[in-house]
Design a binder for this molecule. Sequence first.
Ligand code: FES
Ligand code: FES
Length: 182
Amino acid sequence: MNFDATNRWVGCFTQPADAKQMKHHVIRITVNGDRHTLAVAPHWTLVEVLREHLRLTGTKHGCGTGDCGACTVLLDGRSVNSCLTLAVEVDGREITTIEGIASSGGELHPVQDAFIAHGATQCGFCTPGMVVSSVQLLATNSRPEEQEIRHALGGNLCRCTGYTKIVEAIAAAATQGEEAEG
Ligand code: FES
Ligand code: FES
């Protein structure tokens, strides 16, 4: 277990001593189009499984308490905090992480292009979660108003950018998508 300076639990990066005795459950999940069968302990979170077992480290583990959105992934197309989602809960479901947002040929998603073009990333820690939330927003609302963009990012915290460039980037990606549709 890991505790911060105020003795607040901030995440579980090591298995408890009794982990070997703990019953594991077999789950089958699809992550970025790839099928996986995994034996998971009941307390393992989805972010732990993604990062530590599947080595998909693009998804970040920030607060561990549902406050920062750094761990955002798509679960059956809807954004969720993977730090608050138990691995056993996602049996049979489809997950998309930041590694699965670009096309299989490596072409960046318009949101990713727009983040680069608009300087919407600085340290980058929040960026995977921001991009995933933005992709879901544009999938459900192809031309969001500024307030709708800000609302959609309400669960994603950024300490660096001040959000303006992020909002501009998402609006630009939406415009680009609209132009592409003609
Ligand atoms: S790490 Fe999941 S919300 Fe912060
Ligand atoms: S770019 Fe640093 S936290 Fe958002």
